[in-house]
Design a protein around this ligand. Sequence first.
Ligand code: ATP
Ligand code: FE
Length: 353
Amino acid sequence: TPLLAIETSCDDTACAILDANGTVLSEALLSQESHAALGGVVPEIAARAHLDILPNLVDLTLERAGLTLGDIAHFAATTGPGLIGGLIVGSNYAKGLALSQGKPFIGINHIEGHILTPRLPSALADEGITLSFPYLAMLVSGGHCQCVSVEETGHYRRLGGTIDDSAGEAFDKVAKMLGLGWPGGPALEKLATEGDDTAYSLPRPLKGRDGCDFSFSGLKTAVSRLIEPYGKAALSHRVAADLAASFQRAVADVMADRAEHALALAPQATALVVAGGVAANRTLRARLESVAERHAIPFLAPPLRLCTDNAVMIGWAALERLAQGERPNDITIAPRPRWPLSERQPYRSSSVE
Ligand code: ATP
Ligand code: FE
């Protein structure tokens, strides 16, 4: 009884088919390249691209699994949060498929997808670990930065989040100041390996503060002040590398501190999990790993392709709900650009038996 899932909340168009126990039968993902030249995701362009790509991508995913539409038992799609144009395209397409086949449609919260993915049977297979509740999930991506205690499927306690930029945005903006391309995170990390991370003293916003909120805009401003004196002249490689390393260290410091505070708020956590594109950063990983070690719990990060946006995570979140005995049919729910995890959609109200 396979399930087909679609993800279109940002600039990746993705489709995946999973069987009932979470084995990935096939997947296809296209990252829209056009945004790089524009220095960021342009919502209108992204929505049109999703519309262009999606039909072929779904066909390709079915073909790769050796299945036809008639074999699919459930259709799932991201219905928020995210860029509304893409959400409308993806969820309407999935709803259309569901209606055409007389099968249920399941609307999934994108963040729920990210934070449940480490439980996908293949996610941590290398570590030989199956993740049980409750655990602490730090979601650090281009669009999100928050800390959630995952108590069980559908029961999430948000411990804190960013009060300004996401961690990914901070990396991208600082990378831009340093003259690196977009997305900036990977380029900044690479440059930082050549720099001295103690060269500049930068602020650690909210470090030591109670709770688990994040703030990055002050850090970003501090970097821009340091760059100001150079005017329009290109930074020397040395200065840029030192700034990159110092910035990255400041972010990792703050993250480690926030993780400590989060674990104080969720002392029963059985593991510390990171997800989101920024989880690729090795300095950050190392720091979080040492926090987990101090608390004698494992530090887990799914492989990067499952950390960044993908459709497997949407399919998995749908399967988790089905496994709980829910029989959702969300055909009438509308996509939401903002959708806090605490609001668990009017799932049941629209249930049909
Ligand atoms: P979201 O997942 O929140 O909808 P998104 O699609 O922008 O948004 P991801 O694809 O998960 O997010 O992550 C992209 C972000 O991760 C970018 O901001 C990018 O700069 C950052 N990133 C990627 N690799 C690294 C790295 N090695 N170090 C730091 N940041 C990184
Ligand atoms: Fe995402």
